[in-house]
Design a protein around this ligand. Structure first.
Ligand code: ZN
Ligand code: ZN
Length: 409
């Protein structure tokens, strides 16, 4: 059996009801590619919205088109790129790699640089999506830990934690420190119980983002969370925690607001990549680590205010990663590890397309250097255009800082 026959069988085997579909005119592979692009992106977002039936129907139509374009032109490299895309949407990484590689070699033989590029970017997508997070060796806790191991231990435990500051509604990693945004720290047992409650121990990430939004709008947590009072009363807390916070007062008094503003005029400059102040035009002179800290802070708030909340694991992991990176950057002036950079890029590619909460706009992350924004429905809010453009620029800047080309040390 030759390669084409093998593939026809592979794809045809996936079709659920081929006989029920009416016969179609042959479709130009380049048009098919365009249609597939749109459909496959829709399928990804529909999956996020948990409309599996609809997503499956779209995907099976995409398969049918792919099959046809391949039957019509078995050596058309674009047809093979399409196959790769369908396989990738199915998370069949080996098959997708094979198809993209075949497309690339056909395009190369035919001297078609554009399609060779599509195939290359397909292979890149496969690598990014396939990459498993790097697992560190488990620590031997029977031996005293070195400082480095202790930091690693802390990082692993903290990877799954964060809480919402009751003073300002920002997402923070540690409840027993002064908030870098508003300097709040619990002073009474009641406050320390509430801090512990507004965390991932008691709430899902999606709910915490909602709580953060309400607190940033100035609402009282007891008003916006039903039954919170009863939960808070059952939390264990003692004077020792308050004493520890008081003892660390000198160490952890860190004011992010001063870092976040123009040193000359004191105005907050929103764009994390800005070189000069938008108000007084003085040079901002921000070191790259500070720019990253500002960018991560902006993204945390975009996730609270702008981005449509999803229940996917990737969505939750990305929020956790942002809060962890923010802590490392602001508290420890430490840049992300290679594993964190790799994970951040991979998660964002999985999360694309990102919709705004009011569904008026969408951001598509095509690859780590190409992020585009689009207004879907300008009537939902007058600022939907500037909002999606702002989020696009912050994501672009973030991906740039996460790339290997930027040294963060
Ligand atoms: Zn705060
Ligand atoms: Zn200024």
């Amino acid at each position: 059996m030759n390669l084409v026959q093998q593939w026809l069988q592979k794809i045809a085997g996936k079709r659920e009801t081929p006989t029920q579909e009416p016969p179609r005119e042959p479709i130009d592979p380049n048009i098919a590619a365009h249609v597939l692009d749109i459909w496959l992106e829709q399928v990804a977002s529909l999956k996020q919205l948990r409309m599996h039936d609809h997503a499956d129907r779209k995907l099976s139509l995409a398969r049918a088109i792919t099959l046809e374009s391949m039957q019509d032109a078995p050596s058309d490299p674009m047809a093979w790129v399409n196959i790769g895309r369908v396989q990738l949407a199915d998370e069949k990484f080996e098959e997708a790699t094979q198809a993209f590689e075949h497309a690339r070699s056909l395009a190369n033989q035919q001297g078609n640089a554009a399609i060779e590029g599509f195939a290359g970017s397909g292979l890149f997508q496969v690598r990014r999506r396939q990459a498993a997070p790097h697992e560190a060796a488990p620590l031997d806790l029977s031996q005293p830990l070195t400082q480095e191991q202790y930091q690693q231990f802390l990082r692993e435990k903290l990877d799954q934690m964060f809480y919402v500051c009751q003073g300002c509604g920002q997402l923070n990693l540690m409840a027993g420190e002064h908030c870098a945004h508003c300097q709040f720290a619990p002073k009474t047992l009641e406050q320390s119980r509430l801090s512990i409650t507004l965390s991932r121990v008691y709430f899902k990430t999606q709910t915490l983002l909602q709580i953060a939004l309400n607190l940033q709008r100035g609402k009282n947590p007891f008003e916006c969370i039903i039954g919170l009072d009863a939960v808070v009363q059952n939390i264990h807390s003692d004077q020792g925690i308050l004493q520890k916070i008081e003892d660390n007062r000198e160490d952890d008094h860190l004011n992010f607001k001063t870092l976040d503003r123009c040193a000359s005029c004191g105005i907050k400059v929103w764009s994390s990549s800005a070189e000069v102040c938008t108000h007084c035009h003085q040079s901002l002179d921000r070191p790259v680590l500070l720019r990253l800290a500002i960018c991560v802070e902006r993204l945390c708030n975009q996730w609270i205010w702008t981005v449509h909340t999803s229940e996917s694991t990737a969505f939750e992991q990305f929020v956790l990663l942002l809060v962890n990176m923010k802590y490392q950057l602001i508290r420890q002036q430490m840049g992300p590890s290679d594993a964190q950079r790799h994970k951040a890029t991979g998660l964002l590619l999985q999360l694309s397309p990102l919709y705004t909460q009011n569904m008026g706009g969408v951001i598509r992350i095509k690859n780590p250097t190409k992020v585009v924004s689009e207004v879907i429905d300008p009537s939902v809010h007058q600022d939907v255009g500037p909002t999606v453009d702002y989020l696009r620029d912050e994501l672009k800047h973030f991906l740039h800082l996460m790339s290997d080309s930027v040294s963060l040390f």
